[in-house]
Ligand binder design. Structure first.
Ligand SMILES: Nc1ncnc2c1ncn2[C@@H]1O[C@H](COP(=O)(O)OP(=O)(O)OP(=O)(O)O)[C@@H](O)[C@H]1O
Ligand SMILES: [Mg+2]
Length: 210
């Protein structure tokens, strides 16, 4: 018998705090599952036991407990663990992987807002052989509005949310810059629309590309 055709895709969802990444992940997963696809919804940092343990180090505690390079190293270890145990096996069996945050978040938070040399991030991603997503949705929204949406929801996991307003402004600007540099991979969605409209637009983009 011939092997099952592999039709999986690697989709990442990016954007600042409270823009609706997790909401869109659930909506896309429901839609794709309804179409009969094998779907894995996962997130960074996390998605595998080792990476979940590293997540706690990154998202909890004092804002100043790690500098940007230390964060990038922890993210790289978590990303490698997540790729090995969850993402690569899912893609290999033909599943769709919807990943809530991935390496563009490291570029926005640790490089653009945190001051890490971009060459360091490129080197880390090369070291762990991080695959390039097939498609990335960048949810764009004013940081203050996003922070208001997520207010109080991430109790104990708010280390990045507590960073200053100019940090979040640089994060937003970098996500838009990444999308402008890689228009083939990235689609910017206006996160100020209703969640239903964001999902509709994302599905239209997916259909246009499949
Ligand atoms: N388009 C939307 N319009 C209004 N509210 C929304 C929209 N999308 C999500 N929300 C609501 O905003 C809140 C944050 O959404 P969500 O958790 O999906 O964002 P997130 O980007 O995953 O946030 P975080 O960065 O905290 O993980 C939730 O209460 C969600 O129901
Ligand atoms: Mg979320």
């Amino acid at each position: 018998m011939s092997p099952t055709p592999k039709s999986g895709r690697f989709i990442t969802l990016e954007g600042g705090e409270g823009v609706g990444k997790s909401t869109l992940a659930r909506g896309l997963a429901d839609a794709l599952s309804g179409d009969g696809c094998d779907v894995v919804v996962t997130r960074e940092p996390g998605g595998a036991p080792g990476a979940v343990a590293i997540r706690a180090l990154l998202v909890q505690g004092d804002a100043g407990r790690w500098d940007a390079m230390e964060e990038a190293l922890l993210f790289a270890a978590a990303r490698r663990n997540h790729l090995t145990h969850t993402i690569r096996p899912a893609l290999a069996r033909g599943a769709w992987v919807i990943c809530d945050r991935y390496y563009d978040s490291t570029r926005a938070y640790q490089v653009a807002a945190g001051g890490l040399d971009p060459v360091a991030l490129d080197a880390l991603n090369a070291l762990i052989e991080a695959p390039r997503p097939d498609l990335t949705f960048v949810l764009d929204f004013a940081p203050e509005a996003g922070l208001e949406r997520s207010q109080g929801r991430n109790l104990g996991e708010d280390r990045f949310e507590r960073k200053a307003a100019d940090f979040h402004a640089r994060v937003r600007a970098e996500f838009l810059a990444i999308a402008a540099r890689e228009p083939q991979r990235c689609v910017v969605l206006d996160a100020g629309q209703s969640a239903a409209d964001v999902l509709k637009q994302a599905r239209t983009e997916l259909e246009a590309r499949s």
